[in-house]
Design a protein around this ligand. Structure first.
Ligand SMILES: C[S@@+](CC[C@H](N)C(=O)[O-])C[C@H]1O[C@@H](n2cnc3c(N)ncnc32)[C@H](O)[C@@H]1O
Ligand code: SF4
Length: 448
């Protein structure tokens, strides 16, 4: 398998967005007011596709030092019932203001840790959010193996939530100690076995490369254990280290972190072992067994990306419930207040907790499609978008990537080459007009 040459790593290791949205969140402007937002949702809603519903559960029992998610660390489970009622109230505000009950096409629980909630609370939430739904919907959930009981799995299967994603990160004891996350391979193996017995249909493992104390040997051992457990999907994330913004990451010692060359080597060693075991690349930093729904979606060009990651089906409207959740109406984005108390205050007074947002212009929509194609298909046709502003500059930059062998640009088609896949974020940045406008990009993580 070809390794990335050192000079390319040095040249392209810059800071840049991960493009879970375009424009990236720090560039959002023109927040829609609540009435406008509801109008956008109504306009974007298609009864046949329904809405994608995301529910954020911010609680975790213990802090992982690397964590960049919006979460609240507590061992006090008394917080659960009030939280569940708050989410249902937010959903009721939607139903009331839209004037109809949106069909739920998919339901995803993320966090924090959704399995922080008791099986009974999880059951109440899912039942209420999908009570109007008689046809199948796609149900998925992020699971912390350390807080997942048999009863959780039974509630999930009963409610048709059969896609789970397990937070694994790394199995090496020294790495686990450096990130403050103790979880044995044996415990995970037993959980995976139980999930399969109980009827979970798809299991994803989240892994991270670039963590403190990782070496090529530790990554190889972790991947060997992963291969042994045979998850259907693997997200192999690049560690996003932003200690200036994310306080808990300051608990990670700088000298324990791999530099850019070792970081790329960690990724490539992992990728090599996964590929040998039959996993295939899907999108950016994701791997899938050929029989999995995600690989099939890629093959049929139905792979999409949203705020939660890669998906096989996507409707025009995403509604995010809970603090910090993001929603997308196809005409605009909004994000809820990140602080729980601000979120609660708005919801209790019968209003949405809109903190930030962005109303799309024509150019945003064009660039969104370009970046989606690059991230999902590794290619994009620019045949219909020739009148992009700054075209000469864009073309020059694409040609420069071409000279480095990262892509081929011919007949208006940009095709990212194998060696260029690790630089997809850099290539996407060429089309980012907001990034061009601003002086520096210090708010983003390293692209490698
Ligand atoms: C909400 S957590 C997953 C569920 C659960 N809380 C757990 O940790 O098991 C989502 C995922 O984000 C990833 N993640 C969190 N912080 C990250 C960071 N700074 N860089 C890269 N990935 C990160 C981890 O892989 C994590 O599993
Ligand atoms: S990685 Fe998961 S369990 Fe750890 S702090 Fe973040 S959200 Fe919580």
């Amino acid at each position: 398998m070809m390794r990335t040459p050192e000079h390319l790593i040095q040249k392209y290791n810059t800071q840049g967005p991960r493009y879970t949205s375009y424009p990236p969140l720090p560039f959002w402007r023109a927040t829609p007011v609540e009435a406008e937002w509801f109008k956008h949702v109504i306009k974007g809603y298609d009864h046949d596709l329904g809405v994608d519903l995301y529910v954020h559960v911010p609680y975790c029992e213990s802090l992982c030092y690397y964590c960049g998610c919006n979460r609240i660390i507590t061992k006090n489970h008394d917080v659960e019932s009030e939280y569940v009622e708050m989410i249902l109230k937010e959903w009721a505000i939607y139903k009331q203001n839209l004037g109809f009950v949106p069909v739920v096409g998919s339901l995803h629980f993320g966090g924090g840790t959704p399995t922080f909630l008791s099986p009974e609370h999880l059951d109440r939430l899912i039942m209420n959010l999908t009570s109007e739904r008689s046809e199948p919907f796609i149900g998925s959930i992020e699971v912390d193996p350390r807080t997942c009981k048999k009863e959780h799995i039974q509630v999930l299967v009963k409610n048709r939530m059969k896609r789970v994603s397990l937070g694994i990160q790394d199995f090496d004891p020294a790495v686990q100690q450096a990130i403050h996350r103790d979880q044995s391979p044996e415990m995970v193996r037993d959980l995976v076995k139980l999930m399969r017995q109980e009827g979970i249909e798809s299991i994803n493992f989240d892994l991270i490369y670039g963590l403190p104390k990782q070496t090529v040997d530790t990554i190889k051992s972790t991947i060997a254990l992963v291969n042994d457990m045979r998850p259907d999907l693997i997200a192999f994330y690049s560690y996003a280290h932003l200690p200036e913004r994310i306080k808990n990451q300051r608990l990670i010692k700088n000298q324990d972190l791999p530099g850019p060359t070792l970081k790329r080597e960690l990724y490539e060693s992992g990728r090599e072992l996964l590929t040998k075991e039959g996993y295939r690349d899907v999108g950016m930093d994701h791997f899938a067994r050929p029989a999995s729904y995600l690989y099939q979606a890629m093959e049929s060009k139905n792979l999409h990306r949203n705020f939660m990651g890669y998906v096989d089906k996507k409707s025009q409207v995403l509604i995010g419930l809970g603090p910090s959740s993001i929603s997308d109406s196809s005409y605009s984005f909004i994000q809820n207040s990140k602080e729980l108390k601000d979120y609660q205050a708005s919801i209790c007074s019968g209003r949405l907790a809109i903190e930030k947002g962005h109303s799309h212009n024509q150019l945003d929509l064009i660039v969104q499609n370009i970046i989606q194609d690059l991230m999902c298909q590794h290619e994009v046709s620019l045949a219909h978008v020739k009148d992009l502003p700054l075209w000469d500059q864009i073309e020059k930059e694409l040609r420069s990537f071409e000279e480095d062998g990262l892509l081929v640009f011919q007949d208006s088609l940009v095709q990212i080459q194998e060696i260029g896949k690790g630089f997809t974020r850099n290539i996407a940045m060429v089309f980012d007009f907001y990034l061009r406008d601003q002086q520096n990009n210090k708010m983003f993580s390293q692209t490698i």
